[in-house]
Design a protein around this ligand. Structure first.
Ligand code: PMT
Length: 401
């Protein structure tokens, strides 16, 4: 991981995770970055400027209207100096200030005055992280190009469990460093989201897939240098940078687009929660209540993953397995039955796997097994892509002849 020569302005705000920032400064420096630190008033309740001054080797700035500090590197110069502004931990307060453009203190003013990339590593209680106001503020920031780093899932300082934990320093450094272009020159097709199988003009059979996991995989593949076609079911997500997106609705449409796009592809990752069945026929008009039980006749949909795995020359094929029990047995069964090279298995159920920011993944190959643990989907996606790259390299790079 290299951040060679990158000038990183670390903004520390008032969360308990501020205690991890001396280590974060060290990790950033070890990766080659030069780090300067700005602290909010709240941050000083958790850690002293002196500590961060000692590790960063530079005076730590805490106030906007500080005549002495402004006589040195003023806040506008600091904003210009930075290649990246990293706010870690980022509280709900600073996220709101950034989203709404408040120049309320030194850090929020710097964020407005900089042209550097801005990264925020949220850290807060899981209920706060889930609050609609926080989600909306984050969506706003992401749509303006701010990079969200985490949060992770796990034990929280308040004694609760769930998403909202600041990522570990190593994980944050990995996010800032991006990926090596280990898949440069290769083409991938990724499926994501649910499929909707129409019943009548207003109803469909579907599932709760949000597309987040599949979009994260597409993004991670693109970051690793691959050319990526993302075949997406009906989801409300913005397209990751550098990814070609093709929207579909039904499993049959997904198969058709995937088949066309696989002509030139070296790899396939099936993350979509494809409906296994569809209504045998589509009613022309809205089905009315009749006071009697209604029976829908369903027919099986084509299996996209298995169809792709039968192609010759064989692409590198990765499937997902969404299981409520017997994860390993089911994953190994799918690896064999569908002819995949890898199966990434996740437990699903209430608040698990589907429509969540985090996931828990285990990856199964014919001879190897990787436990990726519980993390943000974007981080898991990067780890999965690293495994794909390694396995493809072992198989002779996977480039189609
Ligand atoms: O979208 P999110 O909200 O982020 O949720 C992510 C997820 C839980 C949907 C994702 O992590 C996941 O598990 N995706 C696979 C869901 C699924 O359909 O699993 P399955 O066990 O039913 O299918 C196994 C594999 O076969 C999958 O790769 C699936 O894409 C593929 N398949 C299934 C049926 C079918 N007709 N065609 C297929 O290609």
């Amino acid at each position: 991981m290299t951040l060679n020569g990158r000038k990183i302005l670390l903004g520390v705000t008032g969360g308990i995770a501020a205690y991890k920032t001396p280590e974060l400064v060290r990790r950033l420096q070890e990766a080659g970055a030069e780090v300067r630190v700005v602290m909010s008033a709240g941050a000083e309740a958790f850690i002293t400027p002196l500590t961060l001054q000692a590790v960063s080797g530079h005076r730590v700035r805490t106030h906007l209207l500080d005549p002495e500090a402004e006589a040195g590197m003023g806040h506008i110069e600091l904003a210009r100096w930075a290649d990246d502004v990293l706010i870690a931990p980022a509280t709900a307060q600073v996220i709101a200030r950034l989203a709404h453009g408040f120049a309320a203190d030194l850090l929020s003013t710097l964020a407005l005055a900089t042209e550097a990339r801005i990264w925020i590593a949220p850290a807060m209680n899981r209920v706060m992280w889930d609050a609609e106001a926080v989600r909306e503020n984050c969506r706003m920031l992401v749509s303006r190009g701010v990079k969200l780093v985490g949060p992770g899932v796990g034990d929280q300082a308040c004694g609760e469990q769930g998403p909202g934990r600041m990522l570990d320093p190593d994980e944050i450094v990995a996010e800032l460093g991006g990926s090596e272009p280990v898949l440069a020159g290769l083409r991938f097709v990724v499926t994501a989201g649910p499929t909707h199988e129409p019943i009548d003009p207003v109803r469909f059979l579907g599932n709760r897939s949000s597309g987040r996991m599949g979009f994260a995989v597409a993004e991670a593949l693109a970051e690793a240098g691959a050319r990526v076609d993302l075949v997406a079911g009906p989801v409300k997500l913005s397209t990751p940078p550098g990814v070609q997106r093709l929207d579909v609705t039904t499993a049959s449409e997904m198969l058709e687009v995937v088949t066309a796009r696989m002509e030139n592809a070296d790899g396939f990752v099936g993350v979509a929660a494809v409906a296994d069945y569809r209504p045998e026929s589509l009613a022309d008009d809205k089905i009315k209540k009749s006071g009697q039980p209604l029976t829908l006749q369903l027919v099986e949909n084509p299996d996209i993953l298995a169809t792709v795995a039968r192609r010759r020359p064989k692409p590198f094929v990765v499937g997902f397995a969404a299981e409520t029990r017997d994860l390993e047995r089911a994953a190994r069964g799918k690896l064999e039955a569908k002819g995949a090279d890898l199966i990434a298995a996740n437990r699903v159920g209430h608040d698990r796997g589907f429509d969540t920011e985090d996931n828990t993944l285990e990856v199964f190959g014919a001879e190897r097994h990787w436990n990726l643990g519980s993390r943000a989907k974007r981080i898991l996606a990067r780890e999965l892509v690293a495994i794909i790259a390694e396995q493809m390299q072992q198989d002779g790079n996977g480039k189609k002849q």
